[in-house]
Design a protein around this ligand. Structure first.
Ligand SMILES: Cc1cc2nc3c(=O)[nH]c(=O)nc-3n(C[C@H](O)[C@H](O)[C@H](O)COP(=O)(O)OP(=O)(O)OC[C@H]3O[C@@H](n4cnc5c(N)ncnc54)[C@H](O)[C@@H]3O)c2cc1C
Length: 559
């Protein structure tokens, strides 16, 4: 690793190639801002290298390439000055102490797969990334009490495989973010998955946290030596502080307990679709009582036609003669081809055979007159898969086969198995889709407003966003997920071809307008970049908190 005080011309042009603008932060910014800052960065890099080994430290010359934001529009690309990859808690403490002495702010990532919301990049220029991917130990799995104690670098795939290999009958919650996404980073963003433990932050606790001054605390009962209930009772005694470390940058979480679902005797997937856009309101009205009374305990996802279709195919440039946005007749054609409705609901029922059968009956009753409910278990899917393969061998792609494929991939998520398949959707507008779906290369921005689980709110939000997508000539790819029994999270994807500068500009403008409009309508995003509608007073509180508790602190994200 070389650490330049000034970037050489070649480094500056490499930086411009990747980021699209000359470096404003390293080391030019440092030089312009304060003459002592390059020295402090140099000192920190040297000390981090001594602590972690030079191979685990990136300076300004290599950090940008390694943590390349890929297809993110330049406007949202920030510029880190360094990255460090500690291997254990004590090294994290050392990293923090060095950063504090040097005044370099830190940004922690667990796996850095935060696609759609900025990827691995820090929220501001000039920060050093603390990449925790080397801390990937599954420390304990308790089969009796159904939990795992994990480090931040543990991936969804790793935990799933571990449980499978050791034949442990416990189900981890899975998100659609792909096998390489973390559990800890996702939980700290208050992300959500598909099982009854899909509201993940409520099914985790006992965080081990390195504070910005280098002290280490455990939340819940973990602060008491020998506390026997620390993995099963998150609150402990005294203030319940876990939430303080989510979306805050108030500490680096180095270990966490996540609860696992005992493998149910029966798991039934259920699905329905409706042909008209406005029927989403009726779906939501009928779903809410089922969530409130506990008939449905899993996260339920309601996706529009394009969100489902995008997981199976990309934008049909050949059918539109290269034109965008998608003409309505082509959209209808795709709906028929892939056997999808205007809105498509999918969820899971977990429990004994009797319980799931009864719940399936209740669900059918609730949706009677609106849409037939299709219930399926692993055996039916096996038959469906076989039928789909047979028809494909005959060269026929039937809507049934396509529906089976969709159901199959969601069913695997319900079983806790992460898969690459869901990553395909973010390549919707790409003209050449890579064979390996790495979201880094995908042109996608996500906006995720939260709304009360009411038909009128869904319609109001759709009335707000639809004309914005139209104005910017992009297609709305939308899901609504029942993350609590009273609230939906909408995920509005803005997809573009990163090779097409017109589409990139359209996406950026669409994202800006969409973000402002949803906030003005009162539907604020649960995560992501919302600078223009953030309440400055609220956001001052974590900063003041940090500055009061930890003077000369080094970390405060606004993720
Ligand atoms: C196709 C697709 C599908 C997706 N599906 C879902 C989905 O179903 N549900 C969902 O929630 N998201 C989804 N996402 C969004 C995102 O990819 C996931 O949330 C993913 O889990 C985030 O990446 P990560 O787990 O590696 O977290 P990271 O990128 O490692 O972390 C995310 C943020 O959390 C903070 N952080 C991370 N680790 C720490 C730590 N140890 N200490 C302190 N702060 C920390 C940082 O602010 C960091 O930027 C999807 C994305 C795509 C592209």
């Amino acid at each position: 690793m070389t650490i330049p005080i000034m970037p050489s011309q070649s480094e500056q042009s490499a930086h411009t190639d990747i980021i699209g603008k000359p470096s404003q932060t390293f080391p030019l910014h440092c030089v312009q801002g304060s003459s002592s800052q390059p020295d402090r960065l140099w000192t920190a890099l040297r000390k981090w290298s001594e602590l972690l080994g030079p191979e685990n430290v990136d300076g300004p010359d290599t950090v940008v390439e390694r943590y390349n934001p890929g297809a993110l529009p330049k406007k949202y690309v920030t510029c880190p000055v360094a990255a460090v990859r500690p291997a254990n808690r004590d090294q994290v403490v050392g990293v923090v102490k060095i950063a504090r002495a040097s005044g370099i702010p830190l940004h922690a990532i667990s796996r850095g797969q935060n696609w759609g919301y900025g990827g691995p990049l820090p929220p501001r220029d000039g920060m050093a990334i603390v990449d925790l991917s080397r801390m990937n130990r599954i420390i304990e799995v308790n089969t009796e009490l159904a939990y795992a104690v994990i480090e931040p670098g543990v991936t969804q795939r790793q935990l799933f495989d571990y449980l499978k290999t050791h034949q442990i009958p416990l189900v981890p919650d899975a998100t659609g973010a792909g096998p390489e996404a973390s559990l800890v980073g996702n939980i700290l963003q208050r992300g959500f998955g598909h099982t009854p433990y899909g509201n993940r932050v409520l099914h985790a606790g006992n965080y081990e946290v390195v504070l910005p001054d280098g002290r280490v605390i455990e939340t819940g009962f973990g602060r008491y030596e020998n506390a026997r209930a620390k993995h099963v009772f998150p609150y402990g005694r005294g203030p319940w502080v876990d939430g303080l470390f989510t979306q805050s940058g108030l500490g680096i979480v180095t270990r966490m307990t996540v609860w696992l679902l005992p493998a149910p005797e029966a798991l039934i997937g259920f699905a329905l679709k409706v042909p008209c856009e406005h029927q989403i309101a009726q779906i939501v009205e009928r779903l809410r009582p089922l969530c409130l009374d506990g008939t449905v305990r899993s996260t339920v996802h309601i996706a529009n036609d394009l969100r489902v279709i995008s997981a199976r195919t990309s934008y049909p440039y050949s059918l539109t003669g290269g034109r965008t946005p998608l003409p309505a007749p082509v959209r209808q054609h795709l709906r028929r081809k892939f056997g999808v409705g205007a809105w498509n609901l999918m969820g899971g029922l977990y429990g004994s055979r009797g319980m799931t059968r009864q719940a399936a009956k209740e669900i059918r009753r609730a949706f009677r007159g609106l849409a037939p409910v299709f219930c399926f278990g692993s055996r039916l899917l096996l038959v469906g898969r076989w039928l789909a393969e047979m028809t494909e061998r005959l060269g026929v792609r039937t809507p049934l086969a396509e529906a089976v494929r969709s159901a199959d991939s969601v069913y695997r998520l319900l079983e806790g198995e992460p898969s690459d398949e869901h990553l395909k959707g973010v390549f919707w507008r790409h003209r050449s889709v890579p064979s390996v779906f790495h979201p880094r290369a995908a042109g996608a921005l996500w906006c995720s407003p939260v709304l009360p689980m009411r038909g009128e709110d869904v319609l109001a939000l759709l009335r707000t966003v639809t004309p914005i997508y139209e104005r910017h000539q992009l297609e709305p790819l939308i899901t609504f997920s029942a993350v609590t029994s009273r609230a939906l999270v909408g995920v509005f994807s803005i997809c573009y071809d990163p090779e097409d500068s017109l589409q990139v500009n359209q996406a950026e403008a669409c994202y800006e307008e969409l973000s402002s409009a949803i906030c003005r309508s009162g539907y604020y995003p649960y995560r992501g970049m919302i600078p223009h509608c953030a309440d400055p007073c609220f956001w001052d509180v974590p900063s003041e908190f940090l500055n009061t508790l930890f003077p000369q602190s080094v970390s405060c994200d606004r993720t």
